[in-house]
Design a protein around this ligand. Sequence first.
Ligand code: ADP
Ligand code: ZN
Length: 730
Amino acid sequence: MPAPVAGTFDYLPPAGAAGACRPGQRVRVPFGRGTRIGVIVGLKATSDLPADRLKHAAALLDAEPLLPADVLAMLLWAQRYYHHPVGDVVATALPAALRSGASPDATEEIWLPTAAGVAAALPGSEAAAALARSPGQRRVLSAIAAAPGGFAGSELGNLPGDARRLAAQLEERGFVTRGERQTAALPAAADVDPETPPALNADQATAVAAIQAGKGFSTFLLDGVTGSGKTEVYLQAIAPLVAAGRQCLVLVPEISLTPQLVARFRRRFPAGVVEFHSGLTDTERLRAWSAARRGEARLVIGTRSAIFVPLVAPGLIVVDEEHDASYKQQEGFRYSARDLAVWRARELGVPLVLGSATPSLESIENAKAGRYQPLALPARAGSAGAPSVALIDLRRHPPTDGLSEPLRAAIARHLAAGGQALLYLNRRGFAPTLLCPDCGAVVGCERCDARMVLHQRAGRLACHHCGAERPVPATCAECHGELVPVGLGTERIEAALQRAFPDEAIVRIDRDTVRRRGEIGRQLERVRAGQARLLMGTQMLTKGHDFPGVTLVGIIDADQGLFGTDFRSSERLAQSFIQVAGRAGRADRPGEVLLQTLFPDHPLLRLLVGEGYAAFARAALEERQAAGWPPFASLALLRAEAVGEADVFRFLDAARALAGAAAGADVRILGPAPAAMARRSGRHRGQLVLQAATRQPLQRLLARLRPQLDALPDHRRVRWSIDVDPVELF
Ligand code: ADP
Ligand code: ZN
C-alpha cells in the first residue's frame, strides 16, 4: 500500500475471520507475487470474479476498524469526486507507520535514567565527576534525564555523535535503563497555568452563541478583520465542548509557521491538545493520530491532512484562514481540506466554523446564497483601531533598491516613536533576474522556462521551480558583457534597509532564512522581545502571526500579481494585502500601511485601499459571474507532462477527443494548451480545461473519462492528473 490502482479488489475473508471483518480494518492480502496491506472498504456477498480465482486475505490486522465510518465514507466520496485512485486516497488518511502494518497501539523503546543517572546528570554534583572524561555520554545522559516520561529510542538519532552507542555504554555503567511505552501515549500535559479567557465583546458573544445554538450540522462563515478576535471565538466555542468530553478539530494553514497559535490553544486547554502536521516524525504522527482515535486528544490542531484524523466524540470543526490555498493539495490526490471539512461536518452532524479576515469568494457566495451562516467581527478586539492605508506613487518617488524616500521616512518616523516596521515582499533571493544590458540576454534555468534567481549571499543562482543551482557566472555567456541583477528580492531589501538603518537589527523571514524547525519561532521572538525592530519577509509573515509592536507595514511591490493571468490572481493579491496590512498596529498603537506602486490608479488597488476587502469581493464576484468562472461555474483540469513535448500533446489531443465525444453541450472543453510554465524540471507540460455551469455534468463527464484515459495506449508515457476545483489554473 498504496498500490497505484484505480479500483478495489475482492478477497475472501482470512481463514477463520469471516465474522470479524468490518470496513475500516486492515488486511494483509496476496497481491501479484507478494503481499500488500489493504483496507477493507466494503463487504459483499458476491463477486464478479469467478469463485476459483478469488483468494483469501492472509490476515486481519485490526480487531476494530482503524478508520471510523465517517472517515471511510469521506474517503470513498472524495475518491469519486476527485477521480483519484482509491488506494492512494485511503493511504493519504493513514500515518506511514500504519500503512506498513504497525499496530496503532504499538509500543516503542524508551530510555530512562536510573537513580545513579539522575544524580550524575546534575551538573557540578559529585556523581557528575564520574562522567567528566566522557562528554559524549554526559550529553546523552542529560538528554535522557531531561525527557519527561522517558526518552524515545527513535530520537537518539537526532542527538549529535553516535548516541545509540553512547546510550548503550551508559546502560552498561548503570546510569540508564531501557523500557517500553505505548507509542500512542499522549505527550505529558504541558506544565502551564490555564489561561483565564477574556470577556467577549458583543460581536464575539453573538458569534459564539450562534455556533453553540446550532443543533447538528451547520456551516458558519466567521468574517472578522485581523485582530478582531476570531481565535478567541474558536476558543470559547470549543471550551464547553471539550469540558463535556467532546473532541474538536482545528485546521490551520501552516502550523510550523504559527507556533504562537498552538501555544495559545495549549494555554487554554493544558491537557489533551495534539498537533498533527507534516513537520512531525512518523512516530509523533502515529501518536497524535491514535490519541485522537482513542478519544484522549480533546483538541486536534493540524494542517490539511488533519481532516482525515479519526474522532470518537466529535463536537466541532474549525477551518482557520479558510481562504488559504494550502488547504488544497497540489499534487497526487488533489483534495481540498476545507471542502472535505464541509462534507465531514455534515456527515458527523457537527457545526463547522470557517474563519478568515479575507474569505474566499466561494465562501462569500455560499453565505450570500444562504448555504453558510454569516458571522461578522467588523472591528478589532480591545481598543486597537483600524490602520490607515495609503499608496506611494513610485513614478513620483523613484526607489533606490526597492525603498522610496516616503517609505524610508515613514520607517524612520515609526522607529523614532518606539514602533516597529514590517516590510513585505513575496520574492526571496536578491534579484529575480540576471541580465546582460549589452545583448539583452537573461540567465535562464536549463530545465525550466524560468529565470535563475540571484542569491547573492550564498553566491549562487537558483531556480525556484526545480531547485537547480549553479555558481554566478562572471560574464554573459552570449557576449561576455557584464551581468547586472534586475528586480527585487528579500535579500536585496534587507541590504537596502541595513544601509538606510545601520544601527537596527533586521529579522528576515523567508524560506532561505528559516529552513530549520523552530527557527521561525526564535526569529519572531527577537522581534516580539524588541531585540530587532525591522522585520521583513515573504508570504510566511502573513500567516496569523501577532506582532504587538509593529506599527508600520510597508508593501514593497504592490504591483506583484496585479496583472496575473489566472482568474484567481486578483483575489490572491487582495488577500495577501489585507492579511499583511492586518499586522499593523494591533495592541493599542495606531497602525499605518504604505503600498509602493507604479500604478496608483489601478482600479483594484483603489478599491482595496479606498473601500476594503468586502467591496473588492463584491466587484470581483460580479466579474466572475460575467465571465463564467467559479463560484459561478465548475472547473476541472487535466494536466499532463512528459519529457517529449509530442507525447504530452498526443495524450491531450486523444483526451480531448474522448471528452468531446462523452460531453454534452453543457461542458466546455478548452485546449489543449501549454501550461503557463511550458517546461519545468526538464518536462513539457500541457493541460485541458473542462468547464461547466454546474457540478453534475462535469462530474458525469469525468466519471466516464477517467477509465478511458487509463486505457489510452499513451497513458504511461505521460504523467497526468485530474484536478477538480483547481486553485491554480496554469
Ligand atoms: P484574530 O484571530 O481575529 O486575529 P485574536 O483572537 O487573535 O484575533 O485576537 C486579537 C487580540 O485581541 C489578541 O491579543 C487577543 O488576546 C485579543 N482579544 C481577543 N478578544 C478579546 C476580548 N474579548 N477582550 C480582550 N482582548 C481580546
Ligand atoms: Zn528549473
